[in-house]
Design a protein around this ligand. Structure first.
Ligand SMILES: [Zn+2]
Ligand SMILES: [Zn+2]
Length: 416
């Protein structure tokens, strides 16, 4: 009734604010559910945006209207806020019912593929429209709540099908934030999600059926997630970090994927009680096996690319080197990738320069051997790589007093 009497869809106090929380779509989804949102709220949005555009055509000077660059093949969305501002700037009175926030209809925290489809069908096509923070809806979702799991990934798949820009740079929220793109964020979230699935599998072996149900629900779309991993691993886009864990100087989306999955610090999700022995090494082997089963066995052009990055990343970790690339830092309101300051990073690299050189030699050797042996990635990791790393690590261990005593017993004189 309120809508038919032209009530405002946006509360005047939030217009121009940075909070997306009060969006009418958000509230409507929570209070009315999808059906009512679809039947009542979306048509109301559509009607009002059309009226706003007609008002702009009627009242704005031609060059001002042209300057707004409103596309003709879609409903007014990304430029809706600017249109209202332009009308006001030209002394026009804009009815409250036509007020707009500085973001698109897709900048909605509870957006689902179902709702996104409904909006798209209604004529809202600015899937890459920027909000007042300079974020596309994809970035807005990826940098939002980290706990959305498969819901978030399903939405990202929807955006990628609509050709949303995966290489859109993420505007910096902090001075020490690395210069990332949507692709890096997506890769990290994917890695994190698969890590949770990995722990779920272990949990299921030890515990009961709830985890099993969750796992089935998640694995329904798992092949789509792996398709995303394939796509992301082929992207040569890097941030502005400097760390030898990735083959280029900056982090690639694939190195962020690896960090999300293998992250040494984060460990299992808090609700999982894990046997102590399941750690970094098991995860490494499991992810290699998973990748082999899911795509490496059939995407031969990816084998070398992915395996090289994988081997480098894990050789780096196994040598115990310190990452100087960005690391995930976040609360529930603001997540970002923090870069260590330049002096800190330079000092670390200087202290570890001998091991870094060793890393480069080893990576070269592993790449050659991997090509020569023609094995799968998991086979290589369990075979040549493991043996060689054990040798290297054994050599670099400090000599114990016990070892010195035994050598001296053999009659060898050691120089101290
Ligand atoms: Zn690193
Ligand atoms: Zn980085």
């Amino acid at each position: 009734m309120l809508i038919s009497s032209d009530s405002a869809l946006i509360q005047p106090p939030i217009i121009g604010s940075q909070s997306h929380l009060d969006s009418v779509l958000e509230i409507s989804l929570y209070t009315l559910g999808f059906e009512a949102t679809y039947r009542v709220i979306i048509p109301a949005f559509k009607d009002r945006r059309k009226r706003l555009q007609q008002l702009a055509i009627a009242l704005l000077p031609e060059d001002t209207y042209e300057g707004l660059q409103i596309a003709t093949d879609r409903l007014l969305d990304q430029q809706a806020f600017a249109t209202v501002e332009a009308l006001k700037g030209n002394g026009a009175e804009v009815p409250h019912a036509l007020a707009c926030p500085p973001w698109t209809v897709y900048h909605c925290m509870s957006l689902t593929p179902e709702l996104a489809d409904a909006l798209y069908e209604a004529g809202f096509r600015d899937v890459d429209g920027l909000d007042s923070n300079g974020e596309t809806p994809l970035l807005f979702d990826l940098r939002g709540s980290p706990s959305r799991g498969s819901d978030l990934l399903n939405l990202c798949i929807w955006f990628s099908k609509k050709n949303a820009r995966i290489t859109q740079p993420a505007p910096k929220r902090h001075d020490n934030e690395s210069q990332m793109m949507a692709a890096h964020w997506l890769a990290y979230r994917l890695g994190n999600f698969l890590k949770d699935l990995f722990f779920l599998e272990i949990y299921m072996e030890h515990e009961h059926s709830l985890a099993h149900l969750f796992s089935i629900a998640a694995s329904e779309h798992i092949h789509l997630y792996w398709d995303l991993v394939i796509f992301l691993s082929s992207l040569s886009t890097f941030d502005d970090c400097l760390c030898s864990c990735s083959s280029s100087s900056g982090c690639s989306p694939f190195s962020k994927f690896m960090q999300g999955f293998i992250d040494i610090i984060e460990g299992p999700p808090s609700w999982v009680r894990i046997p102590r022995h399941v750690g970094h090494r098991e995860r490494r082997q499991r992810i290699a096996e998973w990748m082999q089963e899911e795509f490496l066995f059939q995407h031969h052009d990816h084998v070398l690319l992915v395996s090289r990055d994988f081997i480098r990343f894990e050789t780096f970790n196994e040598l115990g080197l310190t990452h100087t690339c960005c690391s995930y830092d976040g609360s529930w309101i603001s997540q970002y990738f923090r870069r260590p300051c330049e002096t800190e990073s330079r000092d670390t690299r200087e202290i570890e320069h001998v091991q870094l050189q060793e890393l480069e030699h080893l990576v070269e050797e592993f790449e050659d051997e991997f090509e020569k042996l023609g094995q799968s990635l998991p086979e290589f990791l369990e075979g040549y790589w493991k043996t060689r790393m054990a040798e290297v690590l054994d050599k670099s261990k400090p000599v114990t007093e016990e070892q010195v005593r035994r050598v001296e017993e053999l009659g060898v004189v050691l120089r101290k």
